[in-house]
Design a protein around this ligand. Sequence first.
Ligand SMILES: Nc1nc2c(ncn2[C@@H]2O[C@H](COP(=O)(O)OP(=O)(O)OP(=O)(O)O)[C@@H](O)[C@H]2O)c(=O)[nH]1
Ligand SMILES: [Mg+2]
Length: 462
Amino acid sequence: MKDLLDEISQSVTRLYHAALDPVERKFAFEQRPSDGEIAGGPLVLIVGNHSSGKSTFLNHILGEAIQRTGMAPTDDSFTILRHGEKREDRDGNAIVTNPELPFSSLKQFGQDFLSHFRMRLLPMPILKDVTLVDTPGMIDAADPNAGRGYDFEAAVRWFANRADVVLIFFDPDRPGTTAESLTVLTRSLKGMDHKVMVVMNKMDQFRSMRDFARCYGTLCWNLGKVIRKKDIPQIYTTYVPVEGAAEAVLPLDDFSVAREELIDQIRRAPIRRVDNMITHAARHCEHLRMHARVVDGAVARLKRGRKRWTAVSALLVIAAAGSAYYFFQAENWMGVAISTVAAIAVAVGGYFGAREMGKRNERKIINNLDDIFEELYRRELVVENRPEDLLRLWDEVKAVTVRTLQHLGLKAMPRMKNRELKRLNNVLQKDIPEIRSRLHRVLETQGEAPFKAGADVSSGRG
Ligand SMILES: Nc1nc2c(ncn2[C@@H]2O[C@H](COP(=O)(O)OP(=O)(O)OP(=O)(O)O)[C@@H](O)[C@H]2O)c(=O)[nH]1
Ligand SMILES: [Mg+2]
């Protein structure tokens, strides 16, 4: 199975190299994940309220008390739990300076972050398949960055972007903070609904069914406010048996089954990884195609304006030269002089005027990219049955396109060749579906169900 998944992920990498990278470079589009990041193993990220049982759950999966646990906010570090034959702890600076690890860009979060970042190499078999990331719990959810010295939300987003499964933990102790932490987390996890799983933990602590119903209701209500999807994601109601805990009142069997299901989902992270890779490649291609088409449309508009100006100037020069010739024939030397000066003036004025007009026109075009988008996609916006997907895609791409044009200037941008557009269309219509159906075939032969959400290319930005 692992070999088949590796083969599929190599096909995605080849697609990037052959079809997407050249267009990405040509149109200076934002970079895709690096090969190192793509090749890096599956990642499972665990976030949530402090003391919601994140570390206890990880220890349960690993079968050993690796992470510190406790009722007070015990752990304020991001910890990567990764496979290694020998047990070893590494600190943040050592991790980000190691070129073999896909974590170097975490340097951007500064020294305060790095001193709260570490990696534990452990010989547990499950870590051969997935890398787990434990995170500091949310304490004052209203301001997650307060007192941390680094941008907590952005750091969570960095990991979530690269993760294949993101577990959000809640516990019954603090139903009051649920809304705030959900708001913060969903800001960090925007557009990643397809890989988020919600865990309501510590089910053994409920003293009555009514308490449970109230808490569950609060969680669903708050989820409904922040997750903009028709269906609320599945909520895993579970617990981890801990020593010394008060005896449970509710029957626990079902909650143990949910825990097994959750662990099963974590074990499936390698499949999700490949599925997410395909989804990312498809989304990157859609973004890239839209960016390149709009840039091309903008360049075309600039050129049209310049051509019109040049044509008018050329006509005026010809007219002035013609009249100079006429006066020359008539031996009217005054007329010759005036016409010649006029021809030169129009030529020089036309040249400088074209430059000034070009600059003004360029600014106008960049400020009105919406017009170009609507002109290019007019047909699709009317004919397609989900124009809101197209508008959302443009909403995601626009900022990058504007930034690129403002930094590099429209004059420096190239036109898009027909065969480049055809190639990108081909990637989306032929190559990606073909790779995805290969994945589905592999899963079918292994008796695994494919992921529905992964196929939804247009939801959010990964
Ligand atoms: N009864 C019960 N207690 C639990 C459960 N899970 C964790 N605990 C206890 O809750 C406390 C907090 O657990 P941790 O695993 O440290 O929580 P955490 O989310 O890692 O907390 P921070 O690292 O501070 O964010 C510990 O005392 C655990 O023993 C559970 O399912 N049921
Ligand atoms: Mg912890």
